[in-house]
Design a protein around this ligand. Structure first.
Ligand code: HEM
Ligand code: SF4
Length: 594
């Protein structure tokens, strides 16, 4: 994990002190609501339906046991004993009274955490693959670059008030597990061999050699750079990012992103909230946008002293990379030694091995997902006690490290293969061993109308009803891999557009209704190229939603060819048979339409 330097620590502490003073002045009546609003938002404090909501950044999803214990303490002592892990690898608290907010910021600072830039129209938490640094299909570990990007973007004076929020995701593996196409900027780390037949990068190649000199890590294996996508985003007009740079050398990536964000800052639609995201600009301008970025990029490199200073020096990459070397005490050379499991393994254990345990680049290790999708809890929620238990599991089995995943689960990155059984037993006892990773009940869901002031409809009860309907594990396994994503309104926090089955809460005459989409993709290998799902007919009532999901799933089971997942069958057949099946289960909405 990245180790905070004294500079980093001082920075976060100073911010907490500053916030305490701002809060005091607000509570004393010196700072009116409107003035305080901008200040609290810059530290992750929203005001939602019931109370202030705090969003804590978990940079690129990496958490230590110590940090998670502290989050558990905050949940217990300041909130109603739980927190919500989000798709963007953050954690949200829903019930902290504002007058205790400064104490919470101090506690966070004690463990190198904060809420800076988790809100507002700035560059938000940079996300990545939860298997970063450990995935067997990794080309380049994205974490050092994510950390450098984090440092560069934090309190960047030019980008504190962009036209709208700005989200960057970065992937270093062959498979995209970070949904990069759905972000304002998506970065794909690549390696290329000079003279191996690739066309030169359209932009970077023609520029002068970076000052930092020789190409970085692995000259012998290829030159490292980024494929850059821009203009992805969901909301009312879902758009997948376009490739605007085929190969930007790593040394220049901050300058290139600076150029993109400058163009966006200059030309983005500040006049219309719904058109303010970069996706609208990229779509409207097309190649002119790319030309503007390239021109800005050249200008910075050639003339702008400050920009030139943002070329990443090799020494800085090396310094940050050292933080991500293996955890102390981990033996990378350890020979694989399979779990000494008896042949009569319980079926629950085999299922857990199949779904929750993932391959690792080190042969003697595995990554293990702790499922936060279980009956009785909203997707992504964990109580204070559960956070403590997860932190203890990380200490005992994973060198004190965890990850928060895009799918709203926790993951232990460094588990020895011969300790899997012991981990399973402990995880089961703690309630984290539901063997459902990648299955229908491992759904993404936003907090919806129970908490969010912008919601059109509730998400949590709908998620609970679906979980209950698909409790039977035999059936769940027969249905197989499905991404089910649920948002309480068109802001799309629950990524419904990228769900194989997407559920969107809509408001009709003050009542909660739900629109269903089919065959969306986040860009993973299973799902194929990122694409928004297609709506299957008019909306449904809340109580109909589990029936509709079941009708869609049963249509798939009936129609599937050997080896086909729901996403394949729905693409082959198109929406019509699914729509017909969904319409057949209408009750309330059929009566309402009559
Ligand atoms: C309850 C408090 C929340 C509020 C008020 C809120 C508000 C919003 C709004 C207004 C947008 C749309 C921005 C735009 O397109 O201009 C948005 C986007 C987004 N939110 Fe939230 N959100 C909340 C919680 C969450 C949670 C819990 C998650 C994760 C589970 C989340 C993940 C996202 C993501 C991924 C997007 C980007 C969607 C896209 O690509 O367009 N948000 N949020
Ligand atoms: S999708 Fe809508 S309801 Fe859900 S958290 Fe986002 S803004 Fe709130």
């Amino acid at each position: 994990m990245y180790q905070y330097t004294e500079f980093d620590r001082h920075f976060v502490r100073a911010r907490a002190v500053q916030f305490r003073d701002q809060l005091r002045r607000h509570l004393d009546g010196e700072l009116p609501d409107d003035d305080f609003r901008a200040l609290r938002l810059q530290n992750g404090w929203y005001v939602q339906r019931h109370a202030p909501m705090l969003r804590v950044a978990v940079p690129y999803g990496e958490l230590s046991s110590r940090q998670l214990h502290q989050l558990a303490r905050i949940a217990r002592e300041f909130d109603r004993d739980y927190g919500h892990f989000t798709t963007r690898q953050n954690l949200q608290f829903n019930w902290i009274p504002l007058d205790r907010a400064a104490d919470v910021m101090d506690l966070l600072a004690d463990v190198d955490m904060h809420g800076i830039q988790t809100s507002g129209n700035c560059i938000r938490n940079i996300t990545t693959d939860a298997l970063a640094g450990i995935a067997p299909d990794e080309v380049v570990d994205p974490r050092p670059y994510a950390e450098i990007l984090r440092q560069w973007s934090t309190l960047h004076p030019e980008f504190a008030f962009l036209p709208r929020k700005f989200k960057i995701a970065i992937s270093g593996a062959r498979e995209d597990r970070a949904a990069i196409g759905w972000h304002d900027i998506g970065l794909q780390l690549v390696k290329r061999t000079r003279g191996a037949g690739q066309a030169p990068g359209p932009i970077a190649e023609s520029l002068e050699t970076p000052r930092s000199g020789a190409s970085p890590v692995g000259n012998d294996h290829g030159e490292i750079g980024f494929k850059v996508l821009a203009g992805g985003g969901m909301g009312r007009t879902p758009m997948v990012g376009s490739v605007i740079g085929e190969f930007v050398p790593w040394q220049q990536i901050l300058v290139y992103i600076e150029a993109i964000v400058r163009v966006y800052n200059r030309l983005g639609r500040r006049d219309n909230l719904y058109k303010a995201r970069i996706k609208i600009l990229v779509k409207a301008e097309g190649l002119a946008f790319v030309d503007a970025v390239n021109a800005e990029f050249r200008k910075i490199l050639e003339h702008d002293h400050e920009g030139v200073a943002h070329l990443i020096p090799q020494a800085e990459l090396d310094r940050v990379t050292r933080s991500f070397e293996l955890p102390a005490g981990l033996d990378a050379q350890r020979a694989p030694k399979p779990d000494p499991a008896p042949l009569t393994l319980p079926v629950a254990y085999r299922r857990w091995l199949e779904r929750n345990v993932h391959a690792h680049r080190l042969p003697a290790y595995r990554a293990v997902t702790l499922s936060l999708k279980r009956a009785g809890h909203a997707p992504g929620d964990a109580t204070g006690d559960q956070m403590d238990r997860a932190a203890e599991l990380a200490t005992r089995f994973s060198h004190g490290e965890l990850r928060v995943t895009h799918e709203q689960n926790l993951l232990l990155p460094w588990v020895r293969e011969d300790e899997l059984q012991a981990l399973w037993l402990a995880a089961r006892e703690a309630g984290f061993a539901t063997p459902n990773i990648g299955l229908l009940t491992d759904m993404i869901a936003c907090p919806g109308g129970d908490f969010c002031a912008l919601a059109n409809a509730r998400s949590i009860p709908v998620a609970a009803a679906i979980t209950e309907r698909f409790e039977d594990l035999d059936r769940l396994y027969d249905i197989g891999d499905i991404d089910l994503h649920l948002s309480g309104c068109i802001n799309s926090c629950g990524h419904h557009h990228s769900g194989h089955i997407g559920i969107l809460g809509v408001d009709k005459d003050g009542a909660e209704w739900y629109q269903i989409t089919l065959a969306g993709s986040d860009g993973s290998t299973l799902s194929g190229a990122a694409v928004p799902g297609k709506v299957i007919g008019p909306s449904f009532a809340a109580e109909e939603v589990p029936d509709v999901v079941e009708a869609v799933v049963e249509t798939y089971r009936r129609e599937r060819r050997p080896g086909e997942r729901l996403i394949d069958t729905s693409r082959r057949l198109g929406p019509l048979p699914f729509r017909a099946a969904a319409d057949a289960v209408r009750r309330a909405t059929a009566a309402a339409a009559a």
